[in-house]
Design a protein around this ligand. Structure first.
Ligand code: MF3
Ligand code: CO
Ligand code: CO
Length: 269
C-alpha cells in the first residue's frame, strides 16, 4: 500500500479505504478458515503442539504467512490458552483432557494484510459452568461489535462488553486489550474491553481493529508466567476469549473473520 494514501486521525488511528477492506476480508477469511479446520483435531489426548503444527502447515498451504512466528521472539503459529490461561498460551507437549476448554488464536498475513481471530474449543464434554463462561464471552464480543458505528466511541464498545459481562457475574480482564491492525499487527488504538460510554476516540468509517474480550469466572487479575508469555488468572479461575477483526463502515461494521463454516462457537457443530 502507498503509505501516503489515506490519513491518520488525531488519535493516531489510520483510516483505510475500500480496497484495503478487500485485503482484510481475504486475510481474515484465511485465519477464520484455519480455526474451522482445526476444530476436529481438538480431542482428548491431543497435544497443543500438534494443533499448532497443523495450523502452521495450513497457513502456508493457503498462501499466507504466520504473523506470530518471529513476533517479539514468539516461535509458534498460534497461541493456545487452556482453562485458567487467559491468553498467549504457548503450544507444547501438554495433553488435552476431558472437559478442558481452550482458546486458539491465529494471526496470518496475506498479501500484506493481517487477519487476527480467536475462538473457544472444548476437548471432550463441555461442563455447564464452562459453557456458560464461553456463551457469555461470545455474546460479550458481539455486544461490543454491535456498538461499532461511525460517531460512537471506543468507550461505548468497552462499556457494552463490561456491563454485559458484569451483569452475568463474571469479570473482564483489564491487562490485555484489542488493537488497531491492517498492514501492521498492533497499531493504535488500544481497544479496551471495559470503560465508560461516550469516552475515548470517536469511531470513523475506515478504522480497522480487533475486539477480543477475555472473561474470567472469578476475579479479573492476571499474571504472566516465567516463560514471559503465558498469562493466567491469579485466582486460577477459568478464562475464555473470542476475537474478531472488524472494520468500521458507513452504517456499522464489517467482520472480516467470520467462520466460513459457521463454527465460531464450540456448540455450533
Ligand atoms: N494474536 C494475538 C492478539 O490477538 C497476539 C499474539 S502475539 C504472540 O493480538 F506473539 F503471542 F503470538
Ligand atoms: Co488481536
Ligand atoms: Co489474536
Amino acid at each position: 500500500m502507498d503509505e501516503t494514501r489515506g490519513r491518520i486521525t488525531r488519535d493516531g488511528i489510520r483510516i483505510y479505504e475500500a480496497e484495503d477492506f478487500a485485503g482484510m476480508r481475504a486475510a481474515g477469511r484465511v485465519a477464520a478458515q484455519i480455526l474451522d479446520e482445526v476444530a476436529p483435531l481438538v480431542q482428548v489426548g491431543a497435544t497443543t503442539e500438534a494443533l499448532d503444527a497443523f495450523i502452521e502447515q495450513r497457513v502456508g498451504e493457503l498462501g499466507a504467512v504466520s504473523a506470530t512466528i518471529g513476533y517479539k521472539g514468539y516461535k509458534h503459529a498460534s497461541c493456545i490458552s487452556v482453562n485458567h490461561v487467559v491468553c498467549h498460551g504457548i503450544p507444547g507437549p501438554k495433553v488435552l483432557k476431558d472437559g478442558d476448554i481452550l482458546n486458539i488464536d491465529v494471526t496470518v498475513i496475506l498479501d500484506g494484510w493481517f487477519g487476527d481471530t480467536s475462538r473457544m474449543y472444548v476437548a471432550g464434554a463441555l461442563a455447564r459452568k464452562s459453557e456458560r463462561l464461553i456463551q457469555v464471552t461470545h455474546d460479550a464480543l458481539f455486544k461490543g461489535i454491535a456498538a461499532v458505528a461511525p460517531g460512537n466511541t471506543f468507550g461505548d464498545i468497552g462499556h457494552a462488553i463490561q456491563s454485559f459481562v458484569e451483569a452475568n457475574r463474571m469479570s473482564v480482564v483489564r491487562d490485555f486489550c484489542g488493537h488497531g491492525l491492517g498492514r501492521v499487527f498492533h497499531a493504535p488504538p488500544n481497544v479496551l474491553h471495559y470503560g465508560r460510554a461516550g469516552t475515548g476516540p470517536v469511531l470513523e468509517e475506515g478504522m480497522i481493529f480487533t475486539i477480543e474480550p477475555m472473561v474470567n469466572l472469578g476475579r479479573p487479575e492476571t499474571k504472566v508466567l516465567a516463560d514471559d508469555w503465558t498469562a493466567v488468572t491469579r485466582d486460577k479461575s477459568l478464562s475464555a476469549q473470542f476475537e474478531h477483526s472488524v472494520g468500521v463502515t458507513a452504517t456499522g461494521c464489517e467482520i472480516f473473520t467470520l467462520s466460513p463454516a459457521g463454527k465460531f462457537h464450540p456448540t455450533w457443530g
